[in-house]
Every structure is written in C-alpha cells, then in structure tokens.
Design a protein around this ligand. Structure first.
Ligand code: ATP
Length: 229
C-alpha cells in the first residue's frame, strides 16, 4: 500500500531525512518510534503531499502522493480544528471534501462517532470540548471517508487513558478492515497494544525494524523509550 524509497529532505543546513525507506502493507500497523527531530513528521508530510523531498520516491497503492489524496486519512500532531464549528460540521466538511455524498456521509458519521465515543458531542462546538474529545474529533476526521492509508502523528498526545484506549481500539479495527496504518508515538507500550511492527527512526532514516517485543529485548542503546504510556 505504501512504498517509500530513499527519501532525502533538507531544511537549509538541517538534514531532516537522509535515506528514509519504509514499506507498509494493507492491514499492517507500523509504529514510528524516535526522538524529537528524528524526521517522523517530515516523512508524514511528504507522504501527505504537504512538502516535496529533494530525492526519493513515494507510492501509495501505485500512485504518487499528489494523486492519492482520497486514499489518505491524516491526524496531525497539532490539533487542526475549527473551534466555532461542531463535530458534525467538521465531519460534513472533511467527508465532503473526500467525496462522500449525503447518505454515505450520514452512515459514516454515525459509525465513526460511535467508535470514538463522540455521539453526545456531535452538535457541540469543538472549542467547548475537552482535550480528549478534541483528539477523538481529529481522529474522526481522519477516518470518516474510510481511508486505505492512515497517517497518525502522535494521535494520543496529551490524551486521557479512556481516549487513548478508544483511539487504539479504532486503529486496530481499521487495520482489521484492511487499512495500512503509520502511527508515530513516543510510547512503546501503545505499539505493543496495537501489535504493530515498529520502525525506529534516527537522524532521518529507519535504523531498525521489528516487533515491539523484539525491540524491548534489544533496543539500540541510543534509543530511549518512555514507558509511562
Ligand atoms: P517530533 O517527535 O518532535 O515531532 P520528528 O521526528 O517529527 O520530531 P521532524 O519534525 O520531522 O521530526 O523534524 C526533523 C528535523 O527537521 C528537525 O531537526 C527539525 O528541527 C527540522 N525541521 C522540521 N521542519 C522544519 C522547518 N519547517 N524548517 C526548518 N527545520 C525544520
């Protein structure tokens, strides 16, 4: 589903990606684990066609990122919501942009708000919701059009345990339905919960790949992982 080869990206003198390669199959969850500044968000921005690399290639189900918009569901690290719009209005807007028509949008909205425990928030302005409810709204936007590739950048950052579990359960469900998932986090236990394949990112490239159990047994010494998740 996602095939990334040898990406290179510089920001002026800063090398953000230096030979970043990754393959993610349909139904697979790949966790990206790495320090701040390792290059995870830059990689996701290139896949999402937000920025262009200097070199390397990305294909999403055989398409270039510029032609793959409707295949993608994206939850950015920093919340990108409109405080004066309701949850329903967000889903209508973003589901519509992704091409959902009225009946499909209605049933997709119901499915996604049920899965993310947002039913009671549906007609509330997002600015009045708790941080956890806003996180779940961001995930709902990513999921509403049933994307084939999900890009989730620290989707549980700052989330309460209930929100975190709801998000993890939904991600598992999406992968079970055949979506490919890229999930960045600083919490290895989340990746264990997801039964994810883990790619450790350092200095702009993937330096090792394995299951979370394998990584727990033999993490490279330079990789530090938080266990407070
Ligand atoms: P975090 O876990 O903090 O989100 P990350 O792994 O997502 O980090 P990136 O945000 O991709 O890392 O950053 C990779 C490198 O590129 C860092 O050194 C960062 O400072 C630099 N960088 C990222 N975006 C820009 C930008 N717009 N301008 C200049 N430098 C940038």
């Amino acid at each position: 589903m996602l095939d990334v080869k040898d990406l290179r990206k510089n920001y002026g003198p800063v090398t953000a990606l230096d030979g970043f390669s990754l393959h993610v199959s349909a139904g697979e969850i790949v966790g990206l684990l790495g320090h701040n500044g390792a290059g995870k968000t830059t990689f996701l921005d290139i896949v999402a066609n937000q920025i262009r690399p200097e070199a390397g290639s990305v294909t999403i189900d055989g398409r270039k990122p510029a032609k793959a918009g409707e295949l993608l569901g994206i939850a950015p690290q920093h919340l990108a919501l409109y405080p004066a719009m309701t949850v329903r209005e967000h889903l209508r807007l973003f589901g519509g942009v992704a091409g959902l028509r009225r009946a499909a949008l209605r049933s997709a909205t119901e499915d996604v708000v049920t899965a993310l425990q947002l039913t009671e928030c549906l007609d509330r302005h997002v600015g009045t919701l708790s941080g956890g409810q806003q996180r779940r709204t961001q995930a709902a936007i990513a999921l509403v059009h049933r994307p084939r590739l999900l890009l989730l950048d620290e989707p549980t950052a700052g989330a309460d345990p209930e929100t975190r579990q709801a998000l993890l359960d939904v991600v598992k469900q999406q992968a079970g339905d055949g979506a490919a998932v890229v999930y960045t986090t600083h919490y290895l236990p989340e990746l264990a919960d997801l039964h994810a394949s883990v790619a450790v990112v350092r200095n702009g490239r993937v330096i090792s790949r394995g299951t979370s159990d394998e990584l727990l047994a033999g993490l490279p010494s330079e990789v530090t992982v938080s266990f407070d998740g």
